[in-house]
Design a protein around this ligand. Structure first.
Ligand code: GRF
Length: 185
């Protein structure tokens, strides 16, 4: 199978990255992860890149310099798809335009509700009855690109920020991969 050369952007733990790597090792899964980019040098997820010998790039605080460096690497590795997998820095409009190919993000709420940060806190405060995750294309507006798919669960009165996070992340692992298959096939 012809696989799409993919770059995954992370900032933290990388549990979504882990699932993506495992799935991409599967013959039938349509992406090959050629590069990992992190804006945090201590991101736990970088260990996964090292473990699976995936080249990685660590960005510094200078956004425009970092983005230029990233664009060069994306060309070098012939990347056709970017997955934002817990990447906590907003990409510049210029970067999105210059990359010119698909960028997909996973967000821990049922968009268009609760764009941005601290979603679990806001979901609880707003007394939502359900929450979940959304996989969507990235455009120039934060968490506002075309939705690929959502997955949800019902909230109960015992739920806390920690439990919502746990339940949401379990949904995310399948949602991200399903969305990739949906977009590529
Ligand atoms: C995910 O819950 C994602 O929705 C959010 O950041 C989290 C990243 O977790 N944007 P991990 O680094 O994949 O473990």
């Amino acid at each position: 199978m012809v696989k799409i050369n993919t770059c995954v952007f992370i900032s933290g733990k990388g549990s979504n990255l882990k699932r993506l790597i495992l799935n991409s090792n599967n013959y039938n899964f349509p992406i090959k992860i050629k590069l990992v980019v992190s804006n945090k040098k201590n991101a736990e997820g970088l260990r996964l890149a090292k473990k699976w010998s995936i080249p990685y790039l660590i960005l510094n605080k200078n956004q425009s310099l970092s983005e230029n460096k990233t664009l060069v690497k994306l060309k070098t590795y012939n990347i056709n798809l970017i997955l934002l997998s817990g990447y906590m820095r907003i990409l510049s409009k210029k970067f999105i335009r210059l990359f010119g190919k698909s960028i997909i993000n996973i967000h821990p709420s049922l968009l268009p509700k609760f764009k941005g940060l601290n979603t679990y806190e806001r979901v609880l405060k707003n007394k939502e009855t359900k929450t979940g995750c959304t996989v969507h294309f990235v455009n120039e507006k934060l968490d506002s690109g075309k939705i690929i798919l959502k997955k949800f669960f019902y909230i109960n009165e015992k739920d806390s920020v920690a439990s919502l996070k746990k339940k949401t992340q379990i949904l995310e692992y399948n949602a991200f991969s399903e969305a990739i298959i949906k977009v590529i096939k």
